[in-house]
Design a protein around this ligand. Structure first.
Ligand SMILES: [Zn+2]
Length: 113
C-alpha cells in the first residue's frame, strides 16, 4: 500500500474531513507533516463553520408580526392588493353518477395497491 500518497489523502479528507480515516490514510498521516497540518486546518475550519450561526436569535412571533404589519402599513394605508376570487356559477351541476370510461381505458389504469 505504498501507492497511497498526499493526493489520495486529500481526496479522502474531502469526504469525511478526517473524522474517519482508512488504515492507509492513518498510515500516511503518521509520516506526512503536510497532510497532518491540512487535516488539522480542515477540522478547525469545519468547527468554526458549524458555530457560525450560533449567536443568531430568531425574532419572537410577536416581534415578527409587528414587523410585518409595520411593513404593510409602510406600503400605503388604504390601498389593497386583494384579488377577488372568481365567481362560481351556481347553475353548474355535478353529474349524479360517474361517467363510464371509454372502451379500453380500464386496461391502461395502473394497478391498485
Ligand atoms: Zn501527505
Amino acid at each position: 500500500m505504498n501507492s497511497y500518497g498526499c493526493e489520495q489523502f486529500r481526496e479522502e479528507l474531502g469526504d469525511s474531513l478526517g473524522d474517519v480515516l482508512s488504515p492507509a490514510a492513518a498510515e500516511h498521516l503518521a509520516d506526512c507533516d503536510d497532510c497532518r497540518d491540512l487535516r488539522h486546518d480542515a477540522r478547525a475550519a469545519a468547527r468554526a463553520v458549524s458555530r457560525a450561526g450560533a449567536d443568531y436569535l430568531p425574532p419572537s412571533p410577536e416581534a415578527l408580526e409587528a414587523k410585518i404589519l409595520a411593513a404593510l402599513d409602510a406600503r400605503g394605508a388604504g390601498t389593497t392588493n386583494v384579488v377577488p376570487l372568481p365567481k362560481v356559477e351556481k347553475t353548474a351541476v355535478m353529474p349524479a353518477a360517474p361517467v363510464a370510461p371509454p372502451e379500453g381505458a380500464a386496461q391502461k389504469r395502473p394497478a391498485r395497491r
